[in-house]
Design a protein around this ligand. Structure first.
Ligand code: PRP
Length: 216
């Protein structure tokens, strides 16, 4: 039997996703050993392999078929724009992609002035401002702690993830506009979806049922 390979975005999502897999009888005890430096974990019995990767790389592994299945945030899926099937919303890691900034930036934003937007998500920001709002902006790509940008005057606003809102509050910033909702998703390689349809469909169905059970 060919291995079915699953790529998981490192971090909180991976833990949640593995819990879901376990609940449907797909476990990988090897993965729980936090001290291990192993990169790939195999469950021979089930013919499955799991590996952890940087979130941004998960869609790449899936598009090229190095992983059949990927678990990754919608933010990363939108930003990477890879060719793959998004098959399931895992309803975990829920948050929102927003335009944020100091209250004082609201007017400039509303009046379509040429503002500077700092973000880790230039593609999402560009799509939102250019294709949805028909607004010309200057986008500045950053790699983290995006909230700093308007505070130190690098940008007028930011496009970033808001979960609890506490990072914004603690830094005197507010949500100015909401772009979209986000959560963890399951993605599938387009060829695998055909070639391994039976196994993959079964996993999707069982996780769906598990999620329904949890909602009850
Ligand atoms: C994310 C995001 C915000 C924060 C939002 O950052 O970029 O900064 O979480 O969460 P909150 O609304 O619950 O405060 P992350 O911690 O992933 O690190 P980063 O700043 O390096 O992107």
């Amino acid at each position: 039997m060919r291995y079915l390979t699953v790529a998981l975005a490192k971090g909180r999502l991976a833990g949640k996703a593995m819990e879901l897999f376990e609940q449907i009888g797909i476990s990988c005890p090897e993965m729980k050993d936090k001290s291990s430096r192993k990169l790939i974990f195999v469950n021979e019995e089930l013919g499955m392999r799991f590996f952890l990767a940087k979130a941004n790389d998960v869609p790449t592994y899936v598009e090229y078929g190095a992983a059949d299945i990927g678990i990754v945030g919608k933010d990363t899926i939108l930003e990477e724009g890879r060719k793959l099937y998004e098959v399931l919303d895992l309803k975990t890691g829920k948050c929102r992609m927003c335009v944020c900034g100091p209250e004082s930036a609201r007017e400039r934003l509303n009046h379509h002035e040429l503002i500077r937007v700092a973000t880790k998500y230039p593609r999402i920001a560009k799509d939102y401002f250019y294709n949805r709002k028909y607004q010309t902006v200057e986008i500045i790509k950053l790699n983290g702690s995006i909230e700093l940008a308007p505070i130190v005057g690098l940008a007028d606003v930011i496009v970033d993830i808001v979960e609890t809102g506490s990072t914004l509050r603690e830094n005197g910033l507010v949500v100015l506009e909401e772009i979209c909702g986000l959560s963890a998703r399951m993605v599938v390689n387009q060829v695998s979806m055909k070639r391994e349809n039976e196994r993959i469909s079964r996993i999707i169905r069982e996780i769906q049922n598990q999620l329904k059970e949890e909602q009850k």
